[in-house]
Design a protein around this ligand. Sequence first.
Ligand SMILES: [Zn+2]
Length: 152
Amino acid sequence: MKRIASFTVNHDVLVPGMYTSRVDGDITTYDIRMVVPNCGNYLENATLHTFEHLFATYARNSDLASQVIYCGPMGCRTGFYFLVRDMKPEDAIRLVRETMDFVGSFNGEIPGASRRECGNYREHDLTGAKAIAEKMTSVLADWTPARLVYPE
Ligand SMILES: [Zn+2]
């Protein structure tokens, strides 16, 4: 089998940020990297889970909602993939930044976190989700389309 594109990224030089993982026609997959890979600290499942619920809620209610395809956690627990259609890179960065602001200041009931709505409704951590959002807010503060290219 072929080695897929995301395995060709050099994870030894990857630092938190936002990168273009791949482009398939009008669909772009962004890599929202939140922790340094292979450094012993990974996002907890409960943290990722709550972040996912809030990320999806915000992105799918934003002015760019119709261009949002998917957002979900990486199995290695170091970040998220964010798939969009026909969206300008500067708009994708803005949307991700706004998402971090939304999650970082979120209070109240986690959307979609009832037993009926979620497959693991007890495994949530709003405090953890807010902490990674606050961290990513500063990481992405000066992010530009030129910085979407993976470090070599
Ligand atoms: Zn869930």
